[in-house]
Design a protein around this ligand. Structure first.
Ligand SMILES: [Mg+2]
Length: 280
């Protein structure tokens, strides 16, 4: 474990030096106070670094993994939330808002539905019961059909798999969503290996466990069986945990939406706005 961390550090450093001169892609690194560009370093895009590190490690016949979050990382969940809100707006409680919900755009949804409810004038006193209606549907396989793949996500995951790296889909979705999640990944064109060799899915057995805790424990377990060279997640608390558990890995926050009151990102974590930044 110790040796693997040191070896991975050396590998990442070597790749960093190798690609720094050639890369012209802008990258953001976190200073601990939000996102700031690093003008003094012409850094390689961290997604491209992951591909380079994957190729090199796989060429050395190592068991190498990259961890991908699902909700609001590989998948955009706003369409799922909007579909549920439309369903709510057809109920007696929601009918006064039917037209306003119909006019909502995906951009107005943000994280969850509370912001959108505020925008259409739903009183705060009604929000908890609508959240309950939303949660009873959002966290079920049936509604996953509304999700869309984020731009560039399918191509990037396929590119990672092609390097010889094992793709680990790690989600806070619980075990009862495992089959639906598998179907959603396949339906949207993400790589899926039925034998569980080039891809695997890790879901949360206990709904009550906080996602960051579950993911930290799982990342530790993966690091004991091979080398995790990178992880990508939209939640600041999760990426901080990955950075702490996997100090040599390339840890990336996909800056889409995230839960309220996020912690500051730890120094050394990368932020990218889209998987499309990995494209040539
Ligand atoms: Mg997520």
């Amino acid at each position: 474990m110790q040796r693997s961390v040191v070896a991975t550090s050396a590998l990442v450093l070597a790749l960093w030096l190798q690609v720094c001169g050639a890369a012209n892609a802008a990258v953001a690194t976190h200073t601990g106070h939000g996102v700031a560009s690093a003008p003094s370093i012409r850094a390689a895009n961290p997604l491209k670094q992951m591909l380079a590190a994957g190729r090199q490690a796989a060429a050395n016949h190592q068991h190498v993994m990259v961890i991908f979050d699902l909700d609001d990382t590989l998948f955009r969940t706003a369409p799922r939330s909007l579909a549920i809100l439309k369903e709510w707006s057809a109920t007696p409680a929601g009918q006064p808002y039917t037209a306003k919900v119909a006019a909502l755009t995906l951009e107005q949804l943000g994280y969850g539905i509370d912001g959108a409810l505020g925008e259409i004038g739903v009183p705060a006193s009604q929000v908890p019961s609508i959240d309950k209606f939303w949660a009873a549907r959002f966290f079920t396989s049936e509604y996953l059909k509304y999700d869309v793949a984020n731009p560039g996500a399918v191509d990037f995951v396929k590119a990672v798999q092609r390097t010889g790296v094992q793709v680990v889909y790690m989600t806070g979705r619980s075990t009862d969503m495992q089959a639906g999640t598998q179907k959603a990944l396949i339906d949207k064109g993400f790589p899926w290996d039925p034998a569980g060799l080039t891809t695997r899915l890790v879901v949360k057995p206990e709904k009550a466990t906080p996602d960051y805790q579950f993911k930290g424990e799982q990342a530790k377990a993966l690091a004991a069986e091979g080398t995790v060279i990178g992880s990508i997640d939209n939640e600041p608390r999760n990426v901080n945990t990955f950075h702490q558990v996997l100090p040599a890995a390339i840890v990336v926050e996909l800056a889409t939406v995230h839960s309220p009151n996020p912690p500051a990102l730890l120094p050394g974590i990368y932020a990218v706005s889209s998987f499309e930044s990995a494209q040539p």
